[in-house]
Design a protein around this ligand. Structure first.
Ligand code: ZN
Length: 311
């Protein structure tokens, strides 16, 4: 059996906008005279809310990222949570186009500088991190091209990937030209698939979209799991997030995915909204009946396929 301690623990999937420190969100809300929405209070206290409530809570936090200092603080919040759980790094999804263009709440330069300052500081803590651009699937490929138009001209070196997220509302074959352009610019390609959309989206993302990594993938059928295993496609699995946002998928398919040979690893997704850390995710895996060998495999996959540790 692999000794898990030889592989660094990596949070393989977390969103900057969804990983804010709740105490900071409360302080900022008070300072700005804003009331924290009931949906966010409910999520913080561990209650389930409808998907629309999650979006409201997520967007409330995202609206606070309107300065270089706030983005730096948000980056440090991810790092503190990771480090407190014994983690050594994270792959960080974020949506600059949403904050800079769609909401118009921050300049792109200030956004990148906030991230750069945060990432530089956590490197001195011994942590590894990289950034993945997250485009909104249901806004469609035109939006995806706009994300690239915004980000590619002066892309910081810490941006390693491009991904779709949000609602799986647009076929992946339509996203293929966007993925091709991002790949040509040197980015790795991922997609949230088989989370809020059908399991067939996972196969479509791989076959028609040509993505090299799947986020969630929990609705994939057995044939698709075989495909993922054959191709060695990494899959980021986030048990706490799935329990809240894909609560109909029971029992959680992670044991089946591992049995099929899929290269699964663990992530926290939105730990500032749905409270969790890498420690709770490991516990969730134990609660699924998985043993130390499975946990070692998840940890090994988590490190070997992490973009924050890649060249
Ligand atoms: Zn996600």
């Amino acid at each position: 059996m692999d000794n898990p301690s030889v592989h660094p623990l990596i949070d393989r999937h977390t969103h900057l906008e969804g990983a804010l420190d709740p105490a900071w969100v409360r302080r900022e809300s008070d300072r700005r005279g804003l009331g924290v929405p009931a949906s966010l209070e409910e999520l913080w206290s561990g209650q389930a809310v409808p998907f629309a409530g999650f979006i409201e809570a997520f967007l409330f936090g995202a609206a606070l990222l309107d300065s270089r200092a706030a983005v730096r603080e948000a980056t440090l919040a991810v790092a503190r949570r990771t480090q407190a759980a014994g983690g050594l790094g994270f792959d960080l999804w974020t949506s600059p186009h949403f904050l800079v263009v769609h909401r118009g709440q921050i300049q792109l330069d200030a956004f990148w500088r906030g991230l750069e300052e945060g990432l530089s500081e956590i490197r001195t803590w011994g942590l590894h991190a990289c950034v993945v651009l997250d485009a909104v699937n249901h806004f469609g490929p035109k939006h995806g091209q706009a994300v690239l138009d915004l980000a590619l001209p002066e892309l910081p070196a810490f941006v390693k990937g491009f991904s779709t997220g949000g609602l799986e509302g647009c076929p992946f074959r339509d996203w293929a030209p966007v993925f091709d352009r991002a790949r040509a610019a040197g980015l790795r390609i991922a997609a949230h698939a088989g989370e809020n959309g059908p399991g067939s989206n996972v196969r479509d993302a791989v076959i028609e979209g040509g993505v090299s990594r799947i986020v969630h993938g929990i609705r994939a059928d057995e044939a698709t799991l075989d495909l993922l295993a054959e191709r060695g496609i990494p899959v980021d699995v986030c048990p706490s997030s799935n329990r809240s946002l894909a609560s109909d998928v029971v029992p959680h398919p992670l044991p089946r995915m591992l049995l099929a040979g899929v290269r699964c690893a663990l992530g926290t997704d939105d730990p500032g909204v749905i409270p969790c850390d890498m420690g709770t995710e490991v516990e969730a895996v134990r609660d699924m009946g998985l043993d130390d060998i499975a946990l070692a495999r998840l940890r090994q996959n988590g490190a070997e396929d992490a973009w924050c540790l890649a060249d």
